[in-house]
Design a protein around this ligand. Sequence first.
Ligand code: ADP
Length: 392
Amino acid sequence: MTASPGSPASPAGPGTPGGPVLVLNAGSSSLKYQVVNPAGGRALVRGHVERLGAHGLADALAQVTAEVRAAGLSIDSLAAVGHRLVHGGARFVAPTLIDDEVLGALEDLVPLAPLHNPPAIAGIRQSAATYPGLRQVAVFDTAFFADLPPEAATYALDRAVTEPLQIRRYGMHGISHEYVAQEAARFLGRPVGELDQIVLHLGNGASAAAVRRGRPLDTSMGLTPLEGLVMGTRGGDVDPGVLLHLIRVGGLDAGDLEDLLHHRSGLEGLSGHHDFRDLEDAVDAGDQLAARAYAVYCHRLRKYVGAYLAVLGGADVITFTAGTGQNVPRVRADALRGLEALGVRVDPARNDRVRGGPARISTDDSSVTVLVVPTDEELSIARQVAALLAGL
Ligand code: ADP
């Protein structure tokens, strides 16, 4: 194959085996980046470019390069570039070295994640052009859930319609759910293979996972990141009949629905606040719409916790993670309120103290241990990239 700008099939050198990994998380309008030592510790470089223009990736990576050098590192000292991909479809169930064929297959998956995968693919192309000496590796947020049991992965729709279109539940935030389940076990000094866990990833996007002995049994996101919990701007579960009604009676088309479901629903749609800090301030100021949005958010969470206690037949651990899960004690208390009969007891004083974690917030007599564990998706990606390269 011929090397051309933007082609990851250019003869990439091996980078520096065992070196730090540049982790890129390209979104529709921003690029998050970190240089991470897979062995752990603080990120060597960390940053965020907001408001990326259509042609802004080259400039953003120039900034990354400058910061890598300012940190006393060289691009040649890196092991590889790891890219976070939201959707791997049915094919990508493990970290994957990117070449032209893989890139083509990623393009084919765009219809499954039209808002999320294209910026990541653009990031891969630009990274391959900017760093031709480094391997590019894709790590997938769906991969952990690739072996969801069929009863959890299957929509009860006419399979003659859904199967040719690869419509099934894929699940997202898998990088975080897997990492946090392992870290929760580590915190407790127990093998992950001995624990049944519920992981609640509550960030701008939010999802729940039921994890049996380290493997996923169910999760709240489905074909897309729209299903499940109430989120910053997505409403999660909705009667599909609502969508039909919006089309027939409300006059909405697919583009309108996409905008409504992704950007104008959830906490934002109910209260005008998508950021949890703003929502809390509004609740405390007596804003009734904010109070209702908060109540809907916690009610949905409690329903999923109850459902996953049933799916697992009881859990050893419930863990809160991500921005809201780690930093908002009242959500943890309110989501688990009233579950004492199911063995879940949060200690109010312990809970109120914890921002970040790792920490235990359940009472000593709670039969389910409730934890707060910080997620670290970049470290997880760096480790997965390093493990892939070590096996080549
Ligand atoms: P993502 O990675 O999905 O963009 P994060 O995990 O960073 O999201 O979580 C973002 C959410 O966490 C926002 O709603 C934000 O308000 C909330 N959050 C982060 N830090 C705090 C805090 N200290 N107090 C309250 N909410 C917080």
